[in-house]
Ligand binder design. Sequence first.
Ligand code: ACM
Length: 640
Amino acid sequence: MKRLILLCMTGIIAGMLQAQPETPGIIPAPVEWKPAEGIFSLNPSSSITVSNNDPAVLRTAELLARALRGSSGFTIPVRSGDVMTRNTGNILLTVNKENDATLGTEGYRLSIKPVMVSISANSAAGIFYGVQSLLQLMPREVDSRQPLQNVQWNIPGMDIIDYPRFGWRGLMLDVSRHFFTKEEVKAFIDEMVRYKFNLLHWHLTDDEGWRIEIKSYPNLTKKGAWSARRVGTFGNFPAPAPDEPRDYGGFYTQKDIREIVQYASERFVNILPEVDVPGHSLATIASYPELSCTPGADKYVVRSGEKIMNWYSGGFTALVDNTLCPANEKVYTFLDKVFTEIAALFPFEYIHMGGDECAKNFWEKNPEVLALMKREKLKDMHEVQSYFVKRVSKIVGSKGKKMIGWDEILEGGLAPNAAVMSWRGMKGGIEAAKMGHEVVMSPTTYAYLDYMQSDPIVEPPVYASLRLKKAYEFEPVPEGVNPALIKGGQANIWSEQLYNTRHMQYMVWPRALAIAEAVWSPKAARNWNRFAARVEANFDRMDMRSVKYARAMFDPIFNPKKDANGQLLVELSTEVEGLDIYYSWDNSHPDPFYPRYDGPMRVPKDASMLKAVTYRKGRQMGRQIDIPVKELEKRAGIQK
Ligand code: ACM
């Protein structure tokens, strides 16, 4: 009998070993991973040793120590030099004396053994990314903000070799439509670096606010940073009354900017500042009306979400002139001074000049623009825009920086050396790369985090949708282009519909995790089901950190169709496998004792509402979504 028990135990242990996940729970997935013997255990006498005196590595060690101290309550001293203590549970951080060619500048090796954890890299950045992986391998309690008792701080033995696929791994934060405070921006950086993003694209100006102090143009922040407070559905708010308080907004002083740049650089994040010109410039025009083609004091106010553009299929016009005037020399003097100050504040080699969605209807009627066209032999408005972009590119170049812009800068002819950020799909990026220009891929199709992520009936309304699974299909290098010109990719969080940080987090996570994996992990390692499992495990960590995220990947998906007889047929599905969908047609709330969905359904006679909810092993996973039958009919194209 004893033998039998022993045999069973051996079997169970072998089974447990075999049950190791195929990749450890790290996002983005590492390049190579293999399990090793034993378990590492952080304990009250653990310490961190940095093998040299590199201040950037010491800072990284201190960040790690802070995270471990805060959650475990252990003292975790940081030492430098070759100090090794006799006890186990130590962490060693080593910058290689000789270059390890496999790793490049940002890669690392992470070895987890019972005696110690060792991270080695060619640079401090590599050590930093090794530390991020280590933190994700620790029990999720490591993300607790208070010390927790009775946690076994164990990690199973393993060896990881890891390095990024792309050098440009970006997230764009729009602080114009909603102003995020300095502390909120730092918290955003804290989250992005966990997933090895290394670039914050900071959208600092737009129609709704100018957010950076420019000493030579004080009105930009005195006037241009403030709008009337609104909540609800952005885009069609009534225009504010002339005497309405303008107290919504804010800006960063140059001191704030330096502080954030420093904070980011200590976390190996570059900041790409964007000043969006010549369109999206109403905050600028409200501050300095003489920069528009149709000047007039008191004619312009910073937008508070009222309608200022007319969008129609295939184009748009501006109702209010929100553009800088390309035929006005004062505009170039303005941009020269602005970019001088910006270049001095941001060490990153690129400056973003926007260039997107510039309406031309006011230019078309302007005598100075018409004279400019004649003088410069510009045959249409695209060429006028291109003239402007080329002049801006020269100004940016004169500050020792490279220029990048949204893909509209291709229209009318791209400025020499300009890099292109492709957002209207991948085609702008493909065109630019074929002309030998550098490209960052950031297409709406996969990377727009302001889009809705679940059924529109439960999401705050936005004009388009992007599910997590689709975001995970992002492949930055299209067929037929030189991969060396694709610098990487990024996801964008626009803030027209964001009124607070919690909702920003809800929109960013987990879709930014999909983008993180697309820009870091090897293409061949991509696997939706395994990614979804890691995302789910990551939610527990975000809960520990009180970071909000969307559980949309667990929501039921409704696919209504019109059958051959014109009748409604409703299919349900889920993004994530292994979920059961329960439903009702009788207006009551379904639970696991209700009918389980097992195939396309017809609407029962007189039913007016379908309610569906997902469960896994008795636990509710997604939201209950209620859809009126009339809405299903509408979506299926059935008119009644
Ligand atoms: C953009 O989304 N207008 C770049």
